[in-house]
Every structure is written in structure tokens, then in C-alpha cells.
Design a protein around this ligand. Sequence first.
Ligand SMILES: [Zn+2]
Ligand SMILES: [Zn+2]
Length: 201
Amino acid sequence: MKLFTLYDNKAKGKFRAGWGFSCLIKWKCTILFDTGADVEILSHNARLFGIDKDEIKYCFISHLHGDHTGGLGWLKEVKVFRPGEYDGSIKGVTTLVFKHPLEQALMFEDERIMIVGCSHPGIVRMAERAYERYGKLKLIIGGMHLLDLSEVEVIQIANRLKELTELIAPCHCTGDKAIETFNSVFKERFVENYAGNKIEI
Ligand SMILES: [Zn+2]
Ligand SMILES: [Zn+2]
């Protein structure tokens, strides 16, 4: 399984950065999770990865914020699942749907990989629900929205998450300081993530 970060607040090399998140998963089929804010940046980064958008079969949207939906116009004839719309038709793929506020995480059940958009319902709450169903996760990747929290609070969250997942790849709205804190708490289990990054797992 390969995860390509197509869109993030940070980028390396010739990849372009922009506020938002998008991750493409090459698995039994190719799935796009979120689309970033801007079609230009999304298509530029996909091109650099050599990704042909025609291979994308499904798109999951974590929540209806523009920094996750803005690139939707890039896709053609792709089945799009907004929060709560997924019918469970892809074997081994499920969504964890949270209502307050409305947001879904994408879950690869056998691989125990959870992908999140902004984690507005709370990253610990989301990870705990996944843990209850699937046991310890292999990887959580995406935005974790910890921008406004103190370092002490972020350390507590990181320590709790350390019990729930082996690897963590926080990016997007997690916040630079919180990402640094995750790095120091998770140590070798921390995965740096940015537009242009590819994770093979
Ligand atoms: Zn966001
Ligand atoms: Zn958001």
C-alpha cells in the first residue's frame, strides 16, 4: 500500500504547498482522500508524482471545508463519498463518521490505517473509536487540529495516541509546534509528512 500526500501546508522539492490536505492511496484500487483547496496545486502535485487521475476510482471527503473540497473539480466520473454517504461497497474500507461536528475518517481495516482530514471531532476521540474496533493502529495520517493548544495539552494527546497507534504522520492543521511535540514524543515512530511525501507500508 502506498500513500501519496498530494496537498499539504508544507511541500518539498518542486511540489507546491497550500493550506489544505489531500492524500492518494494506491491499494487494491486507487482512492483519493480529500482534495485540498485548489485544483491547480492538486493537479500540479499529482503530475509530479506521475499519478494519472483516470485511475482514481473513489474519493472520500473528510468534511465540507473548502481546504478539503476545493480540488473536487479536478476529478471526473469518480464516485465521491461525503461524510456519512459511504455505503460500505469497497471491501476492507470503512469510514468512521462523527456527527459533532460532522467529519469522517477513512479506515483501511486489515492494514489498520486511519486517514483524517482536520480531526475537528478530536483526534483522540477518533483514534479511540478506531482502536475499539480494530485494536492498535499501524498508522494515523492527516490533519489533527491542535493549533490552539498548549504544549502540555499536546504532550498529553501525543502520549495517549502513542498507546493507540504505532506510527503517526501529523500534518496540515496540526500546527508546527504540535508536530514538533509529536516528533519528540513518538521519536522513531514519528513520520514527517508534507506534499510530495510517499509512504509505503
Ligand atoms: Zn483543514
Ligand atoms: Zn476543517
